[in-house]
Design a protein around this ligand. Sequence first.
Ligand code: LLP
Length: 421
Amino acid sequence: MNPFPDHLLASLARQHGTPLWVYDAATIRQRIAELRAFDTVRYAQKANSNLSILRLMRAHGVAVDAVSRGEIERALAAGYTADPLPGSTASGLVFTADLMDADTLATVVRHRVPVNAGSIDMLHQLGAASPGHAVWLRINPGFGHGHSNKTNTGGEHSKHGIWHSALGEALDAVRQHGLRLVGLHMHIGSGVDYGHLQQVCQAMVQLVAQAGAARLPDLHAISAGGGLSIPYQPGQPRIDTAHYFSLWDAARREVAALLGRPVTLEIEPGRYLVAESGVLLAEVRATKPAGSNHFTLVDAGFSDLMRPAMYGAHHGMHLIASAGTPPTPERPQRETVVAGPLCESGDVFTQAEGGVVLTRALPEARVGDLLVIHDAGAYGASMSSNYNTRPLAAEVLVDGGTARLIRRRQTVADLLALEAV
Ligand code: LLP
């Protein structure tokens, strides 16, 4: 999806240069509204952690998850604390990880951030430093599912979560340190289908039954994790959020019955809230034949948008002629490989998992055209790197009639300033 008219994108590219990330606030608000049935929507900020996006989430009552000390500091800078947001009982900020370094441990203790622990070692380290601290247990139910093997976060090949059969040991660690176990969490991957969803809901209920109410005196929430997909491919169905909710709501009611008290239901999406709000703009800088192939080379690479190179992910694209209009009909459609500027063969936006190069049918591109890469609001800017000493691109947030620069373009001087000779 692309929420923007071509003339707006062309004018933003002229004003701010390319590559450029552009996000639409209205699309984010719409996605938040679609998840309102859940007691708590907790945004997995790894998808896009720009401070302005976090502030937008917070203004709409969305809590936040952090997975590093840096993400905790971002959340604090955006106004989040461990206290609940107005009208909620859930902590505004939770830290989820499978390990904690010493700085991160000190940060969660200082700011009383509840810790969603993916290992029993984390419980011992936190318990020793901060007895009575609020914790969640992230449980690996023994199976997982993802849009790629790299985004499957359950099963025995995944490093994530406390293995389900170690629950007793985890509960012992909680009791030993006087930690307060407030929630149980499962996130089995990104791009989960309904079949796996049903399986994970059942696993959550079984977990509570296995532990027994007596060992869960402080438990008052369960989290469905994230993983809601979006239609990246044309014709891919949109997820039915009401159905998604109803499956988890049934699990929540079973858990509440086992505990004999109400339990709140959290969901923790990243992609669903932001992916479709964003595009990456790049300029066509060269076109060339290579044997039977044709290449369209643009000024954004996998240092900007890594998803095609990392997962073989598909992103829709279209061209805008340099005049800010769609390419005129006399330009023939052409199958082309769309690639970037990096000195690396895998720097291709049209590829399948495993690096197989694909082509895309686009109107024949000319130097100076803009390429719009769709559905780039999640895991785009947040996964960018400085490979080939390429500065991070600028980010713009469009809200109604205003477009605001929410991150300036990094400069090479910024990069060199970190280094000493
Ligand atoms: N909660 C936890 C504990 C997670 O590990 C993740 C994602 C989420 C929530 C949010 O998942 P989402 O709703 O966005 O699927 N870079 C990959 C995705 C990696 C996700 C890692 N964890 C991609 O571009 O597809």
